[in-house]
Design a protein around this ligand. Structure first.
Ligand code: NDP
Length: 268
């Protein structure tokens, strides 16, 4: 019998997770169905409970529900506990389990581009669920300094306070999105500004040598600005493949190879 999976978000139309999981399943001969669920902003918990009560096997969670998913779990992996955000859910012995595979997906995508994270200085724009998920894996991959810039400064400060004890060898600090300056090896856009069609303006006093946009499949003013500065840049499709591979592995016990699925990347 087909195992049943879905990705839950609001909005959700942009998600390519179903296509990826179906491609993994076909390649590895595992029968499954994977769909997109648009869930009302006040209906997340109810939706998750109903999904598993009716025999659902696993859920991916995207904007803006990852912190709610974290709060809902009975059992969490270490990296999900550190991130305080969950993008992968499954039931085991009647209890709800949660993991966060985003961070490892991002690290693998960046390394596959040939960009070194060793001794790097990184600026992350945004302090939501995705940023919480990537700090620990980026630090573990060798980042020596990570600056988190957010529109709502208090949210970035809270994130730094929560995570700094887990990354003792990395300098972690918070700044306002209005106060961007300095030189970074890598800038990562982890805001959802591009999903809502709003543009982020990167000031001239900010310099960076690589730019990674977590969103994918849509025009991004962040990537346009990187291109104008002749800086190597990438959208988040590699991260999507990476996190999907990790979720697939948790649910099915078999690990697809990232390189086998790069052909699914959106054409420029
Ligand atoms: P959250 O909703 O948890 O956080 C959104 C963040 O974006 C907050 O920091 C928010 O700031 C900021 N933000 C939203 N709108 C604006 C704006 N107009 N200007 C400036 N800042 C803004 O989202 P996630 O952290 O889960 O996801 C962030 C992005 O990463 C999304 O684009 C998502 O699609 C992408 N993503 C991609 C993945 C991939 O596999 N490629 C995996 C995970 C995420 P504030 O706190 O002030 O509201």
């Amino acid at each position: 019998m087909n195992k049943v999976f879905a990705v839950v978000g609001h909005p959700i139309e942009h998600s390519r997770s179903p296509e990826l999981h179906h491609a993994f399943a076909e390649k590895l001969a595992i029968p499954l169905t994977y769909s997109k669920h648009l869930v009302p902003l006040d209906g997340f918990t109810q939706h998750v409970k109903a999904f598993f009560q009716t025999g659902g096997h696993g859920l991916n969670i995207t904007v803006p529900f990852k912190e709610q998913a974290f709060a809902l779990c009975d059992v969490l992996t270490e990296r999900a506990k550190i991130a305080k955000a969950v993008n992968t859910l499954w039931m085991q012995n009647g209890t709800l389990h949660g993991d966060n595979t985003d961070g490892q997906g991002l690290v693998e995508a960046i390394q596959s581009l040939g960009w070194s994270l060793q001794n790097s200085k990184i600026l992350i724009l945004g302090a939501g669920g995705a940023t919480r998920g990537v700090i620990y894996p980026l630090a573990a991959a060798g980042a020596t300094e990570i600056v988190v810039a957010n529109r709502t400064l208090e949210r970035a400060e809270q994130l730094v306070q929560d995570l700094e004890q887990h990354v003792p060898h990395t300098r972690l600090r918070a700044v306002s999105l209005n106060a961007l300056e300095g030189e970074f090896d890598l800038i990562i856009n982890a805001t959802s500004a591009s999903l809502s069609g709003e543009a982020l303006q990167l000031p001239a006093q900010l310099t960076f040598h690589h730019a990674y946009e977590m969103a994918y499949g849509k025009p991004s003013s962040f990537l346009e600005q990187a291109q104008q500065r002749h800086v190597p840049h990438s959208d988040g499709f590699g991260m999507l493949i990476g996190q999907a591979i990790e979720s697939f592995y948790i649910w099915n016990g078999v690990k697809p190879k990232l390189a086998d699925f790069l052909y699914l990347a959106p054409k420029a």
